[in-house]
Design a binder for this molecule. Sequence first.
Ligand SMILES: [Zn+2]
Length: 391
Amino acid sequence: MKLNHIQQEEVLSFAQQLIRVPGTSGDEGQVASLVNQKMRELSFDQVHVDSYGSVIGTIKGSHPGQTLLFDGHMDVVPVREPDQWSCDPYGGIGSEGKLMGRGSADMKGSLAAMIYAASYLNRDEIAGTIIVSASVAEELIPGRALESILDTFPADAVIIGEPTELRLGFIEKGRCTIGMTAKGRVAHSSRPELGENAIYYAVNAIDRIKAIPLRTDSVLGKEVIELVEIRSTPSPGNGSVPDSCWGLWECRILPGENEQALLERFLNSQKDTNWQEKIHFAIETIDIPCYTGKHLVGKDFLPGWKGDEKSRLFRQVTAAIEKNGIPLINWPIPYGCNALASCGLRGIPTVVFGPGNVELAHRPNEYMEVRDLWKATEIFGSIMELNGAFA
Ligand SMILES: [Zn+2]
């Protein structure tokens, strides 16, 4: 697909409009109505808003073929440092070939590119079905909104438009948070021998967890098991030996790890110690209220994944990239995203591909190169046009 000047302006202008309606996680209502309105204006065959507030637009081709789903999240992270911005983070300002603003790179630019690419298709020539989903709450609970979308709109393959600087994201670490609870016995702190200090149990347990051998993947590098929070009760603790201590472990896991096996590694680390019985582990549950009032709830365990370079999707996306004259670069994705649900949990062939640099995301003066925005639109369009070209 090749954009003309009018189309370039259309994509850029819609990306700017999206940036001008902030939409942090759980508050994407205005972004959703803008997307909904735009998809209708662009004559998508069907536009659906699900109970969590994600907006799903469908374009039906004229020939039989697979269903390809393009996903972009609508939510952005809040602006916590407005004084460090050189422009209005929600101004949607274009300057010197850059589109500035919160969400320009992560990932409203990409979302605009997907929506317009689908609208520019010649439907008489298209095979299968093209779905564009604008999903909610990815920044707080990756994957769960997309899972719900996939329940209603089953897809044969998924393209996640997160920023990859137009490289092909083909492998990703999974994520999991594990809560650790140490149980002791409360006592007056003047007579600690009458109690059992839960913090001491926790400290011992932490040392053992830190000694768990970390696995390495030749592409993704080492897995991560990191303690990120600790709390004890009673709090404030003056006068009492604490009877409970809770810690939160964040894990970035390699493809192949499953829930049970990961928990067992934690449990085994405490084996044959005299505090073993005092320590409990559980995978955390995340509960995020959506702007519709419904809650997205899910266990915080999403497996990692690795794509198959011989698959139809990879060949289709590779051909689209090459057709548009940019080098094909396979890229290990350093962050967690909705692909953890589509490929990690569901095993649906998935790639991550989009404009923008993730190192600029979540930071002051986030921007997107406008030429990459246009190039991404053309490549998304070519992927859609090639639907049906590969067996
Ligand atoms: Zn993102």
